[in-house]
Design a protein around this ligand. Structure first.
Ligand SMILES: Cc1cc2nc3c(=O)[nH]c(=O)nc-3n(C[C@H](O)[C@H](O)[C@H](O)COP(=O)(O)O)c2cc1C
Length: 250
């Protein structure tokens, strides 16, 4: 393999996008969550991609944590492919900043519009993005194969609105419908959920990925203190199973 692709995903949009990219680019696919307990991540290829969802116009906290301990090959070609429902915000700017602390820079930033898993969106738009996913991803391939580059130091992007550290600021909780099945503990990439006295307890090391909310089989998990989105419908990419999300930690 001459390329490595790392991914992070709660509901499968980024996982399936990463799988499509890896197939077309003949890249090795590695889940970012599997590196949580490593003190150092060494990338052995000189081309590397990162596929992840946009959270609040920024990168997911676990991916930022991973970059901070990653050792790259000199002068690597590094690209990101974000998945988002609206706008990638400052994710590229953040990635470029992080890479510079590792002696690299961001070569290319591409994105794929996908169904949203946070706010409530128009279902027909979500369906359109889902139907177009494969075509959209395949159209990106030549840009990566040709090692297209952009200068991210001068890109004018939205000001960073980072969630400085993981915490359960959304107030994600499990209510009395929780049966203690433990699925949320399996899908949580942060290992932040425990079953205590037969009930799921969401602790403070939360990346707000919402995997627990979307995969809960009894609809016990409230995704937010905000009433208008707390009970939005569950979503996961139709091609992805709960086991595949849980396997990211392996
Ligand atoms: C906490 C949170 C914040 C989000 N913020 C944004 C955002 O700023 N812009 C955007 O376009 N989509 C945003 N989204 C939507 C996701 O980026 C999008 O649905 C993504 O494809 C989900 O990827 P996944 O299925 O791989 O987890 C957000 C989702 C979550 C859970």
């Amino acid at each position: 393999m001459s390329m490595t692709i790392f991914y992070f995903s709660a509901t499968g949009n980024s996982l399936t996008t990463a799988e499509l990219l890896a197939k077309e680019l003949e890249a090795e696919l590695i889940p970012a969550a599997s590196t949580k307990h490593l003190s150092k991540v060494t990338v052995t290829t000189d081309a590397v991609g990162f596929v992840f969802p946009v959270y609040y116009g920024d990168m997911p906290y676990p991916v930022r944590e991973m970059i901070a301990k990653t050792v790259f090959q000199p002068d690597s070609y590094v690209f990101i492919c974000t998945t988002q429902r609206g706008h990638a915000g400052a994710a590229a700017k953040r990635m470029d900043q992080l890479l510079r602390t590792r002696g690299q820079k961001l070569s290319l930033s591409v994105g794929v519009m996908m169904p949203g898993n946070s706010f409530i969106n128009e279902p027909e738009v979500d369906a359109k993005y889902l139907a177009e996913q494969e075509t959209t991803v395949k159209a990106l391939i030549p840009r990566i194969v040709n090692r297209e580059t952009e200068d991210h130091t001068t890109t004018e992007l939205l000001p960073l609105m980072p969630v400085a550290s993981p915490n359960n600021f959304r107030g994600i909780t499990a209510d009395e419908k929780c049966v203690g099945c433990g699925i949320c503990t399996k899908v949580c990439p942060m290992e932040n959920i425990v079953i205590r006295d037969g009930h799921a307890v969401i602790e403070d090391d939360c990346s707000t990925c919402l995997a627990c909310f979307h995969w809960c089989p009894t609809e016990a998990i409230w995704m937010s203190r905000q009433e208008n989105i707390a009970r939005r419908s569950k979503y996961h990419h139709p091609a992805v199973t709960m086991e595949k999300i849980a396997d990211q930690k392996k």
